[in-house]
Design a protein around this ligand. Structure first.
Ligand code: TYM
Length: 336
């Protein structure tokens, strides 16, 4: 089984990235041939400061490693080190109806939040599909906000196969029955239902673009301020408290062990404890969960040369797979 996923290097990694994605990456590296990358080409659509982009890219690599990604098991690489991603982007883009991109939620959402739209942001799902299809991924572990992008990759893989692979049957997308799988494998998104959308400190989806994150590797004081400042309603200590849409509840659920969480759920429903109690426990749980990774990150940052070696080795392995796939694609479309 082939697994592939990526995170952008467009800011510091946060709890949403961990619970929605990276935790699954680490679990899945045991189960198959995993490719994980730093989507620094995607980041160019929002980070236009070269020094910062380099810094975020190193940070993302260090974060993957500190959080448990094992470069001897999984292939870790930087997207821009594998030029085939940009090449396939163009070839796919030449087949994709504009109307598909016009319905992309993430694009519409970002525009609505006041982000300056550029062509890169608009065409972003095409690059993401290229990322996935180059490696013939079976599974793409992501948070819910990326579901539509993986669905696009599925649709575009199927339409490309229909166009260029004689005998391809879209009703048998991976050719399991008729032995004609097409050039692109049709991937599945893997989304943890419990952690599909982690809420940020303001109660909306946690996102770097909304400025509501709790970062995994921020200094202790910043973490404390973010957690103690999570927005809550005005329920008094004695009152029952809503769990739906509550950022405090959502984060406790992500961090607390199941048995402990049952107690917190009961406490929310019954009332009798104030939000301060929950937030204090949340802060403790944050440190219990992430302090070992935070310490590993400090160590890794002392040796950026070693991180660079890991990325170079990963890129070489990724390129082997990607260039073989591009060769097939170029032959199919008539570029070779
Ligand atoms: P990015 O960098 O925005 O986020 C990385 C991963 O974290 C997940 N995530 C969340 N999950 C739950 N709750 C949240 N609040 C939350 N915030 C972020 C995201 O769903 C994602 O899985 N386009 C991608 C990067 C990418 C990619 C790919 C992913 C580029 N090419 C190919 C998979 C396959 C993105 O911007 O993720």
């Amino acid at each position: 089984m082939k697994i592939l996923s990526g995170v952008q290097s467009s800011g510091r990694l946060h709890l949403g990235n961990y619970f929605g994605a990276i935790r699954q990456f680490v679990q899945l590296q045991e189960k198959g041939d995993a490719f994980y990358f730093i989507a620094n080409l995607h980041s160019l659509t929002s980070v236009q400061d070269p020094k910062l982009l380099r810094e975020y890219t190193l940070e993302a690599a260090v974060a993957y490693l500190a959080l448990g990604l094992d470069p001897d098991r999984a292939t870790l690489f930087r997207q821009s080190d594998v030029p085939e991603h940009s090449e396939l982007f163009w070839i796919l883009g030449s087949q994709i109806p504009l109307s598909h991109l016009e319905r992309a939620h993430s694009y519409k959402d970002k525009i609505q939040k006041g982000l300056k739209p550029n062509f890169g942001l608009f065409s972003y799902p095409v690059l993401m599909a290229a990322d996935i299809l180059l490696y013939a991924a079976d599974l793409v572990p992501v948070g819910k906000d990326q579901r539509q992008h993986v669905e696009f990759a599925r649709d575009w893989a199927i339409s490309f196969n229909q166009l260029y692979c004689p005998g391809y049957d879209p009703a048998d997308p991976n050719g399991e029955k008729n032995g004609k799988p097409g050039i692109f494998r049709v991937p599945d998104a893997l989304i943890q239902p419990e952690m599909a959308t982690l809420l940020g400190v303001d109660g909306q989806k946690m996102s770097k673009s909304y400025n509501n994150t709790i970062d995994l590797f921020a200094p202790d004081k910043v973490i404390q301020k973010a957690i103690m400042g999570i927005k809550t309603d005005s329920a008094g200590i004695a009152d029952p408290k809503p769990t739906e849409g509550s950022a405090v509840y959502c984060l406790l659920k992500a961090l607390a062990p199941v048995e402990e969480m049952a107690k917190w759920t009961e406490s929310f429903e019954r009332g009798g404890e104030g939000y301060g109690v929950y937030k204090k426990r949340l802060l403790e749980l944050f440190h219990e969960t992430f302090d070992p990774a935070r310490a590993r990150r400090e160590e890794l940052l002392k040796d950026p040369g070693e991180v660079e070696r890991i990325l170079a080795k990963g890129a070489a392995k990724a390129r082997e797979v990607a260039s073989a796939q591009m060769d097939t694609v170029k032959r199919a479309v008539g570029l070779k």
